[in-house]
Design a protein around this ligand. Sequence first.
Ligand SMILES: [Zn+2]
Ligand SMILES: [Zn+2]
Length: 284
Amino acid sequence: MGQPWAAGSAEGAPARLPLVLTALWAAVVSLELAYVLVLGPGPPPLGPLARALQLALAAFQLLNLLGNVGLFLRSDPSIRGVMLAGRGLGQGWAYCYQCQSQVPPRSGHCSACRICILRRDHHCRLLGRCVGFRNYRPFLCLLLHGAGVLLHISVLLGPALSALLRAHSLLHTAALLLLPWLMLLTGRVSLAQFTLAFVMDTCVAGALLCGAGLLFHGMLLLRGQTTWEWARGQHSYDLGPCHNLQAALGPRWALVWLWPFLASPLPGDGITFHTTADVGLMAS
Ligand SMILES: [Zn+2]
Ligand SMILES: [Zn+2]
């Protein structure tokens, strides 16, 4: 038998590779925004006020994106350091043989993170760690602002892309967008055209990915479900949309999307949860 509060060993320590990968893609998005605003083909000429608003929007999106990335990486969603000894061991509790600990309802062991995660949603391959009770808010905000900033860059690149279409055939532009590396290596396009296509491709693909993730997790958020519960059709923790939002994002759930460091403490502890049955009892 291991220690009942368990968790928190050298093998459960966060890996460095996910941190490096996350830092890398965050740097790429920042560089792509700088490319389109400062160095690259740039937006069409604007008046000083419109230009200032455009820069303010880009700064707001980038600060929110990077702030939420930082918060996501700093928040440990696991049971590491959580006192689980003597916490009831009621319905829904289980024993994890890998962690050698009793674990609460809605938690799950992650083989990639090698530890149990409180209110485990899923292991995010792109961010290299699990999404759980403590980092769900920055994860959702990251999806929103990731989709927003990538869409912004794509829109700003629109005029440069239409200029490319006017200068070349549709087939040439399509080949450039679909196979930019091949077109560059065979000498059919300039480095500037390749960069434009590469940035456009990565931004459109990234915006679609973040947008799809946001729609899916928005649906789960309103239903009070984790991905694991959704896959098994479980609705035990659905308290109604308003209470579900508060449970996942805190009392200021409507404002947390605007600033990553806005205080909105979560009402629960990630160990015990109100169930749909509790709400029914309170209402009756
Ligand atoms: Zn475990
Ligand atoms: Zn994981």
